[in-house]
Design a protein around this ligand. Structure first.
Ligand code: GLU
Length: 481
């Protein structure tokens, strides 16, 4: 049997990290078993659904490498099928029209609250006579379609993550609404109903989704039974939690995949980290792997029941591993848009080899692509300001003459070899310590005391003609004869 799974996002917001992680687990499961991964857009909530969210979801899934085999299917294009399915339940007497008004429902809830009872519909319109129905219609009442739920039923399933699950029919809130009235009298389907009709139609064998859907599963199983369909396997994956143990939300800063992208995470790093949010590979010390490697090992036995805490340090570390091992030309391509956005003109007027050298220089020191903006700043601006440590360095004894010696030796283009020769020569001629000269060069050329390799930085600055200017400015600032 070919396993078939699906991701079914609602386009009421950008692709959320939780939905994306669920997509990753579906994808890994499908690829592990050589199955099919289906994409369905659940856009029946026409008020909150927007095409730009659909675009964001599709782009985000593609960016993460979650290629789907079928779809995207849009629920709004399948309304006829849901209507037929509603009609079939009405015909079998398993569903009925309920004319209870919202005021009546509110009064019911109030009286239940006063008696300390959980709110539930009391099934009052389950057995209306044709005359009663006609009377409600004549009153101009609108209706919903409710599916009958047997309170005495115990609904059980063996969840692939959570094991034996059981739910009492009486805890499902009474007969459930599956569709709302529309002009033609059949109705606009609701989430729980459309999902089941779709999952049956798409022959989904495994429903893998977030644990916030557990309560829906019991209702959905009853619908499968009503249609005489095979119930799929269910797998409820743990929620992603913030540092305080609450569900990760907008309040925690970022929640959508496009936010993570803007923050400078690579797709490979982010998806690697997301795979570890709730799953661990058989060798639990292994933290860096490709999607294909994870797919080889992926089983639900290794998915945790407990919520997965989001750990920014770990994400940064994993991302840094991808950045550090990336081919320089690929990383250069990825950094250019960030540099352009920062307004660094060297992205336009510098030759590609120079940009690649810059990339190689800063590569070991960054863990997010965005960090390349700050680190590369000294190569993009004309003059640097000396911070307090650099100022202090420039006042040290012997610094001024040593830097004058360097400027005096700057007669041809600098490369790593002749830069080192100049350093040697100045050390010898001026009788300064090499360490002092190197630190002074750093202070002069970058305005700071920390940063990437100073000889390589000098070479790049020399290529842009900025080194002499900066050395001269440093000499003017220096009192360290
Ligand atoms: N549209 C639902 C959501 O975005 C998905 C439900 C499901 O996977 O069954 O939460």
């Amino acid at each position: 049997m070919t396993f078939r799974v699906r991701i079914a996002p609602s386009p009421t917001g950008n692709l959320h990290i939780g939905t994306a992680r669920t997509a990753v687990f579906n994808w890994l499961f499908a690829r592990h078993h050589g199955g099919k991964f289906v994409l369905r857009i659940e856009d029946t909530d026409t008020e909150r659904s927007r095409p730009e969210y659909t675009d964001n979801i599709l782009e985000g899934l593609r960016w993460l490498g979650m290629d789907w085999d079928e779809g995207p299917f849009f629920q709004t294009k399948r309304l006829d099928m849901y209507k037929e399915a509603v009609q079939s339940l009405l015909d079998k007497g398993l569903a009925y029209r309920c004319y209870t008004t919202s005021e009546e429902l509110e009064a019911l809830r109030e009286s239940q609250k006063a008696r300390n009872q959980a709110p539930r519909y009391d099934n009052r319109h389950r057995n209306l006579t044709p005359e009663q129905e006609a009377a409600f219609k004549a009153e101009g009442r609108s209706f919903v379609i409710r599916f009958k739920i047997d309170d005495s039923r115990k609904i059980k399933w063996n969840d692939l993550v959570r094991g034996e699950m059981s739910w009492q029919g009486s805890d499902l809130g009474g007969d459930m609404v599956i569709a709302r009235a529309t002009e033609d009298g059949i109705g606009q389907p609701l989430y729980n109903f459309a999902v089941v009709v779709d999952d049956m139609d798409m022959q989904i064998t495994h429903v893998i989704r977030g644990e916030d859907h557990i309560a829906n599963t019991a209702k959905q199983i009853l619908l499968y039974e009503a249609f005489g369909a095979k119930v799929p396997e269910f797998s409820h994956t743990p929620l992603i939690l913030n540092e305080k143990g609450a569900k990760l939300s907008k309040r925690d800063g970022v929640t959508s995949i496009s936010d993570f992208q803007k923050m400078g995470f690579t797709a490979e790093g982010l998806v690697n980290y997301m795979t570890l949010l709730g799953w661990s590979p058989p060798d639990s010390t292994q933290e860096i792997f490709t999607l294909q490697e994870a797919a080889k090992d992926f089983t639900f036995e290794r998915v945790n029941k407990a919520g997965a805490k989001f750990d920014w340090d770990k994400l940064d570390w994993i991302n840094s591993q991808y950045i550090h091992s990336m081919p320089v030309d690929k990383l250069t391509d990825m950094l250019i848009p960030f540099w352009k956005e920062a307004g660094y003109h060297f992205t336009e007027n510098k030759e590609r080899p120079w940009l690649e050298k810059l990339t190689a220089l800063i590569q070991p020191g960054i863990s997010r692509l965005t960090e390349a903006v700050e680190v590369a700043k000294i190569f993009a601006i004309e003059t640097v300001d000396f911070d307090s440590e650099a100022q202090e360095q420039l006042q040290k004894e012997g610094v001024k003459t040593a830097l004058q010696g360097v400027v005096g030796a700057l007669d041809s283009e600098i490369n790593a070899a002749n830069a080192k020769d100049i350093i040697k020569q100045v050390v010898k001629q001026q009788n300064v310590k090499k360490g002092l000269l190197m630190r002074s060069l750093r202070a002069a050329l970058t305005g700071e005391m920390n940063g990437p390799d100073i000889v390589d930085s000098w070479v790049l600055l020399n290529n842009t003609g900025l080194d002499k200017l900066r050395l001269e400015k440093a000499i003017a600032h220096s009192s360290g004869d």
